[in-house]
Structure formats: structure tokens, C-alpha cells
Design a binder for this molecule. Structure first.
Ligand code: AHM
Ligand code: MG
Length: 316
């Protein structure tokens, strides 16, 4: 007996408007998955020829994915505000809808040309509370991971469920109540940035590299996909820690990843699965945003590993 996302949502003790907003993001994700599957055949690869508000070169598929999300959200009158990584300003729909969606329509898009997993990340909030809400106010968060199969991962803040897209484009429940293992021997960080790291990040990673000969007392492996969605999905499935810390190069910008549609939704998901999420010094979900495209240092995953990083920040 399989359970579809629609059946599962209908059985959840949540506002059905919220459930419908999740279904909207699932439908957008299924359409993006279909586009990605044949993008090289359709010639939908490469750059779009312009940059987004973050000053980053947009890929054609970034733009297409954003249009798909915009189109699906425009058809759901419960959603009155859309914040997207690809749009300078928030989009307001004149429909009196109760919900706000913040999204990175295609995260990790530097991986597109090499056929490596990318994803769509989203966060759903109460639209009446405005654009700048703490992550702890999220009503739901999730992501789609476009890998060998398409996963749709969802939380309403208390537990995490995983759905897999079947051949008829229906999401089917494949894992409920995901638990991030508290201990792990895997960490994910872009080590090419070591010369920019702060003392806490360097201290933590040096301990891991020392393995059983160092203070950590056990062997570690490093994994870095370069797609946050893929790295977080691995951590949800088998534990680990993901770090994109504030370093001397990203200091002025406040970090690399964005708070509203990368840090917050991933922090809610990992926390709901029993893991931890911090900037190193503060719970990501407690940050009061001041800008919709604000950046944030991100450390999240297995609780014992995140606690070790926090200890390094206390020391540093
Ligand atoms: P994007 O939203 O422009 O795709 O950037 C975010 C991505 C994350 O998916 C990933 O964790 C990170 O950027 C990779 O950064 P780096 O280029 O330093 O490896
Ligand atoms: Mg992104």
C-alpha cells in the first residue's frame, strides 16, 4: 500500500490552506524535475545572460525554474507573497491570500552542466506577519532534490517526511519521521576556503582531519557536493554536518547562503529531524531578518557535531 503526498497531506492536522500551498510547491517541483530531465536535449543549458540581485550569473534553468514556481504560485489564491532568490523584490498578488512563500527555485545550479543533484528549497510563512520573520515562525519548509530520483522533503516543524516522484508524476511517501543520527563521521565544507576561515572553523576541521590521532578520537570523511540540497539530503539520510561559515571573504555580506530561502528552511527541516542548526553562535531560527536576500552563516546537521562546532565558537 502506497500513500501519495495528497493522501498524506489530507491526513495531517494542519490548516488545509497550508497543505494546498505545499501541494503547489510539489507540483512546481515535479514540473522542474521534468524540465531538468531533458534540458540538454532541449538546449536549455548554460547562462541566461544576466545576473540576479545577488550579483550572480543566472543560468537559463534558474530563470525557467523561477518562472515555473511563479506560475504555480500565481494559481494558488492562498499565497499572496512570493520571495525568490531570482527576483530582486518580493512579488505581491492581489488575492488576500494568507500565506507567503520564500524559495530558491533551483539551488546548486553550478552543478547543472555536470548532471549532479540540484534542488528547489521553500519556506512557508503567515503573509500577514510581513516579509521579515524569524525562521521559528515558519509554518512549513521543504525541498525537492533532483537526483537519480526526485525526492520531496517536507516538515511542518515537528517531523520530516520524504516523498519520491513516481513515473506518473505523483509523489509517494517513502520515509516518514526522519531522524538525523546524533553522531556522525562525515562533514561537508568547501575546504578550498580554508585560508578565509575563522579560528573556530579551522579548529573543528583540523580535529576532524586528525581523525583517531586527534582530540575527536575518530576517523572522519569529507563530502562536498556544492549543492546545499544534496549535502543536506545526505545528512538527513545518514547523518553528518554541513558548514558554510562566515569567513573573512564573506564577512561583509554576512555569509554565503541566504537566510529566508536557504538557511531557515534547512534549519527547520534538520531541527525537526532531531539535528541542530546554528550560525556557530546563534540558532539560525532565532535570527530577525532585516532584508529578504540577507545572508547567514550556516552550520547544521548531527547534534553532536554541531555541538562541537558551537564549543569551538565559545572558545574562540
Ligand atoms: P546558489 O543558490 O546560487 O546555487 O548558491 C548556493 C550554493 C549551495 O547550494 C552550495 O552549498 C554552495 O552554494 C556552494 O558553494 P561553493 O561554490 O563555495 O562550493
Ligand atoms: Mg541557492
Amino acid at each position: 500500500m502506497t500513500t501519495t503526498l495528497a493522501e498524506w497531506l489530507a491526513a495531517q492536522p494542519v490548516d488545509q490552506k497550508l497543505a494546498r500551498a505545499v501541494a503547489t510547491m510539489a507540483a512546481a517541483s515535479a514540473e522542474i524535475a521534468a524540465v531538468l530531465r531533458i534540458a540538454p536535449i532541449e538546449g536549455e543549458t548554460g547562462l541566461a545572460g544576466h545576473t540576479n540581485v545577488q550579483g550572480e550569473a543566472q543560468k537559463l534553468l534558474d530563470v525557467i525554474s523561477n518562472d515555473i514556481v511563479l506560475n504555480h504560485i500565481g494559481q494558488n489564491s492562498d499565497i499572496s507573497i512570493l520571495v525568490s532568490e531570482e527576483l530582486d523584490e518580493a512579488v505581491h498578488f492581489d488575492n488576500g491570500g494568507a500565506l507567503l512563500v520564500a524559495t530558491d527555485p533551483l539551488d546548486g545550479s553550478s552543478n547543472l552542466d555536470v548532471n549532479v543533484t540540484v534542488g528547489t528549497i521553500f519556506s512557508i510563512l503567515d503573509a500577514s506577519k510581513g516579509l521579515l520573520q524569524k525562521g521559528s515562525a515558519q509554518l512549513a519548509a521543504g525541498y525537492a532534490a533532483y537526483g537519480p530520483s526526485t525526492s520531496f522533503v517536507l516538515t511542518f516543524g515537528t517531523s520530516v517526511a520524504v516523498f519520491t516522484l513516481d513515473q506518473s508524476d505523483t509523489f509517494v511517501l517513502t520515509k516518514d519521521k526522519v531522524a538525523v543520527s546524533p553522531a556522525s563521521g562525515e562533514y561537508a565544507i568547501n575546504t578550498a576556503r580554508e585560508r578565509f576561515w575563522d579560528a573556530a572553523t579551522k579548529g573543528y576541521v583540523d580535529e576532524n582531519v586528525a581523525g583517531e590521532t586527534g582530540l575527536a578520537g575518530k576517523r572522519y570523511n569529507m563530502r562536498w557536493v556544492g549543492s546545499m540540497v544534496a549535502d543536506i539530503h545526505r545528512i538527513l539520510m545518514r547523518g553528518g554536518i554541513f558548514l558554510y561559515p562566515l569567513d573573512s571573504e564573506t564577512l561583509e555580506k554576512g555569509g554565503r547562503l541566504r537566510l529566508l530561502y536557504e538557511g531557515n528552511p534547512m534549519a527547520l527541516i534538520v531541527t525537526a529531524a532531531g539535528g541542530k542548526a546554528t550560525t556557530g553562535r546563534k540558532n539560525i531560527l532565532d535570527i530577525q531578518p532585516t532584508d529578504i536576500h540577507q545572508r547567514v552563516p550556516v552550520v547544521l546537521g548531527s547534534s553532536e557535531e554541531v555541538t562541537r562546532v558551537e564549543a569551538w565558537y565559545k572558545k574562540a
